[in-house]
Design a protein around this ligand. Structure first.
Ligand code: ADP
Ligand code: AMP
Length: 215
């Protein structure tokens, strides 16, 4: 199954993508994670991406598209994938369709997770990350021991772009550049909307019900 997860920052895309990736045994591809890994490794791509990410802006389409183009050609994507945070612009969506066409494939479903801006700000200010990829929330999804990852015992950290001023800018970017994708995928009859204000478990259940009815 080829799944796109759409939604504003903080809606719960990464949280749901990790669960679905395990459940369906298909890779979770997060362009944000790819950029953050490159920033950590201090690659030229990371250096470029950081300038945009820290400003709450999108990394240029050509850069993002090159990354996805290469990732899609890796063997594990043959069985499907969950795209988390890509596409984020109409150009990316159109080019993504072209890329998939070259591989004789297409997007099967777009899972659009929605939440109000007020809630998103609360979600992102309470988000805590671990280097192993696990994500927590101080109130909604806390680790068993404060500040420590349940899985690998590493100290949790706050994402640089989760500070309040950057979050506001990211929401503006989302409304301007990514929201139009809702119409794009509605026209293609691919979209399924989910209320991201429900609990993590409820949202997972609702998504799984839809996916399993189509599998
Ligand atoms: P996204 O990938 O869309 O930016 P995340 O999956 O990282 O969002 O979730 C943002 C924050 O909200 C995280 O701290 C996560 O633990 C928490 N979270 C995710 N989904 C829910 C939910 N349904 N209810 C409450 N908190 C949630
Ligand atoms: P995320 O981890 O999805 O919240 O993404 C973090 C940041 O990475 C975003 O605010 C963007 O700056 C950048 N980014 C991630 N995915 C994309 C994309 N598809 N297009 C452009 N920029 C992206």
């Amino acid at each position: 199954m080829r799944i796109v997860l759409l939604g504003p920052p903080g809606a719960g895309k990464g949280t749901q993508a990790k669960i679905l990736s395990k459940d369906f045994n298909i890779p979770h591809i997060s362009t944000g994670d790819i950029f953050r890994t490159n920033i950590k490794m201090q690659t030229p791509l990371g250096e470029l991406a950081k300038r945009y990410i820290d400003a709450g802006k999108l990394v240029p389409d050509n850069v993002t598209l090159d990354i996805v183009h290469d990732r899609l050609r890796q063997e594990d994507c043959a069985v499907g994938f969950i795209m988390d945070g890509f596409p984020r612009t109409i150009i990316q969506a159109k080019m993504f369709d072209e890329m998939l066409k070259e591989l004789n494939a297409k997007v099967d479903i777009v899972i659009n997770i929605t939440a109000s801006d007020n809630l998103l700000v609360k979600r992102l200010s309470g988000r805590r990350m671990c280097q192993c990829g696990k994500t927590y929330h101080l109130i909604n999804n806390p680790p068993k021991r404060e500040g420590i990852c349940d899985v690998c015992n590493s100290p949790l950290y706050i994402r640089d772009d989760d500070k309040e001023e950057t979050v506001k800018e990211r929401l503006v970017t989302y409304h301007k550049q990514t929201c139009p994708l809702i119409d794009y995928y509605t026209e293609g009859k691919l979209i399924q909307n989910f209320d991201g204000e429900k609990t993590i478990e409820e949202t997972t259940r609702e998504i799984l019900d839809v996916l399993k009815s189509r599998a």
